[in-house]
Design a protein around this ligand. Structure first.
Ligand code: NAD
Ligand code: MG
Length: 390
C-alpha cells in the first residue's frame, strides 16, 4: 500500500490521478487532498476517498467546506500556509498537480520533508529548477516527471550510459493552430484556443499548447531534469501525440516511448515506480491504421520556442520572467482582455525590460516573479502591446 498526498486534486491531472487510485484501492491510499476554490468538488472527493486532511487554499471557501464535511473525521484546513504544512506529512508520494508557480512552495516543502514527488507542476521546475533539484539531492528525494514528454524521456534515458546519449528530442503536437499562419492567428478566439486536438487538459496548459509556450516551458524542464546542454535538446512536431518523446544515442539508435494520448499512463507510471503496474489508461489499437508524422518546428510562427532557446543559451533564470509574463498573459487572454497574438510580445517585452539578478533562494524567485507580474499587468492595463502578424 502506497500513501499519497494529491495537491491540485480537482484539476485535470488531479482527477485523472484519482481515476487510477479508484481502480486500485488495495494499492493506493490518499492521505491528503487540496484544491484552490472548487470546494464542492473537493468535498465530493473527500467523501469518496476519506483522506486525513483536506486543504482549500482560497480561505474564502473554508467555512462551506467545513460545514459539508462536518461529522466526518477529515481535518479541514485553509490557506497557503496550510498547503505548505500539509506538504510535509509523512506519505510515500507527493503528487504535485497544482497549476502555475502557486505550486512551487508546496513542492519545495514536500522535498524538504523528504517526500518523493510525482511532478506535473512544470512551472515549479521552470522557475526553481536548480534550487528544487539540489534540495531533492540533499534529502535523497526522487522527482518523477509526470509531464508526458519528460515521463517518456525518463523511461528511455539510460542514466548509467549518460555519455552514450547524443540528444533528447521533445515531441510537440503543435496544438490547435499548427496549420494556421500568423495572419489566421490574429482572429482566433478563446474557445478555439482551448480546444486541443489530442489532449484534454486544464485551461492554462491548453492555451500554452496553442502558443507553444507549453513546449518552451518543457524545454527548460528537460534541461533541468536531464542536465542537458543546449545543443543536446531538439523539438519536433508530431501531430498525432503518440510518441511522447525520444532519446538519441551516439550509435544512431533512437529510443521512444509511445502510448495513447492519455495522462493516466505517465501518472500511473509515476505512481507505480520503481515497478510497473496496472493502469486503467487508454491503449493504442494497432489493428487500425496509425500515422506517425514528424515536422520541423516553424520558429517564425511560434516565437515562444525561440525565446526559450535563447534563455537556455544565456541565463536559465530568465525563465522565471518568461513564466510569470506568460501566466499573466494567459490569464488576460482567458478573460478576453488581450488577443491571442499579444501573448508572445508580452513575454518578449518582459524579457527585454526586466533585469535578472542571481537567484539564490526561493524568495529571490518570488521577488523576480512578482516584479514581472507587476510589469506584465501594467502592459495589459495600458493596452500597449501591438500584436505583430509578421
Ligand atoms: P487545472 O487547471 O485543471 O487544475 C489545477 C489544480 O490546481 C486545481 O486543483 C486547482 O484547484 C489548483 N490550483 C489552481 N490555482 C491554485 C492556487 N493559486 N493555489 C493552490 N492550488 C491551485 O490544471 P491541470 O491541467 O491539471 O495542470 C496541472 C499542472 O500539471 C500544470 O502545471 C500543468 O502544466 C501540468 N500538466 C498538465 C497536463 C494535463 O494534461 N492537464 C499535462 C502535463 C502537465
Ligand atoms: Mg507535456
Amino acid at each position: 500500500m502506497k500513501t499519497l498526498a494529491l495537491f491540485g486534486s480537482t484539476g485535470s491531472i488531479g482527477t485523472s490521478t484519482l481515476d487510477i487510485v479508484r481502480a486500485r484501492p488495495d494499492d493506493f491510499k490518499v492521505k491528503a487532498l487540496t484544491a484552490h476554490s472548487n470546494w464542492e468538488k473537493l468535498a465530493e472527493q473527500a467523501r469518496e476517498f476519506s483522506p486525513d486532511i483536506v486543504v482549500i487554499s482560497n480561505e474564502a471557501y473554508q467555512a462551506q467546506l467545513k460545514e459539508v464535511l462536518e461529522g466526518s473525521k477529515i481535518e479541514v484546513l485553509a490557506g497557503e500556509a496550510a498547503l505548505i504544512e500539509v506538504a510535509k506529512i509523512d506519505i510515500d508520494l507527493h503528487i504535485a498537480a497544482i497549476v502555475g508557480i502557486a505550486g512551487l512552495k508546496p513542492v519545495f516543502s514536500a522535498v524538504k520533508a523528504g517526500n518523493d514527488v510525482a511532478l506535473a507542476n512544470k512551472e515549479a521546475l521552470v522557475c526553481a529548477g536548480d534550487l528544487l533539484l539540489s534540495e531533492a539531492k540533499k534529502n535523497n528525494v526522487n522527482i518523477l516527471p509526470v509531464d508526458s514528454e519528460h515521463n517518456a524521456i525518463f523511461q528511455v534515458f539510460d542514466q548509467n550510459s549518460r555519455d552514450s546519449i547524443s540528444k533528447v528530442i521533445l515531441t510537440a503536437s503543435g496544438g490547435p493552430f499548427r496549420t494556421k499562419n500568423r495572419a489566421d492567428l490574429s482572429a482566433v478566439t478563446r474557445d478555439q484556443a482551448l480546444k486541443h486536438p489530442n489532449w484534454s487538459m486544464g485551461a492554462k496548459i491548453s492555451i500554452d499548447s496553442a502558443t507553444m509556450a507549453n513546449k518552451a516551458l518543457e524545454m527548460i524542464e528537460a534541461v533541468y531534469l536531464f542536465d542537458l546542454r543546449p545543443e543536446e535538446l531538439e523539438v519536433v512536431i508530431h501531430p498525432q501525440s503518440l510518441i511522447h518523446s525520444m532519446v538519441e544515442y551516439k550509435d544512431g539508435s533512437v529510443l521512444a516511448q509511445m502510448g495513447a494520448p492519455d495522462m493516466k499512463t505517465p501518472i500511473g507510471y509515476a505512481l507505480n515506480w520503481p515497478s510497473r503496474g496496472e493502469v486503467n489508461s487508454q491503449r493504442l489499437d494497432f489493428t487500425k491504421v496509425l500515422n506517425f508524422e514528424f515536422y520541423p518546428v516553424d520558429y517564425d510562427r511560434f516565437h515562444t520556442v525561440d525565446l526559450m532557446r535563447d534563455i537556455i543559451k544565456t541565463d536559465l533564470n530568465k525563465a522565471i520572467v518568461f513564466n510569470a509574463a506568460n501566466e499573466i498573459a494567459v490569464d488576460a487572454f482567458l478573460k478576453q482582455k488581450i488577443a491571442f497574438l499579444e501573448i508572445e510580445p508580452m513575454i518578449q517585452e518582459c524579457l527585454e525590460h526586466i533585469e535578472v539578478l542571481p537567484i539564490n533562494t526561493i524568495d529571490d524567485v518570488f521577488a523576480l516573479d512578482l516584479e514581472t507580474r507587476h510589469y506584465a499587468h501594467d502592459i495589459v492595463m495600458t493596452n500597449r502591446i501591438k500584436a505583430g502578424t509578421g
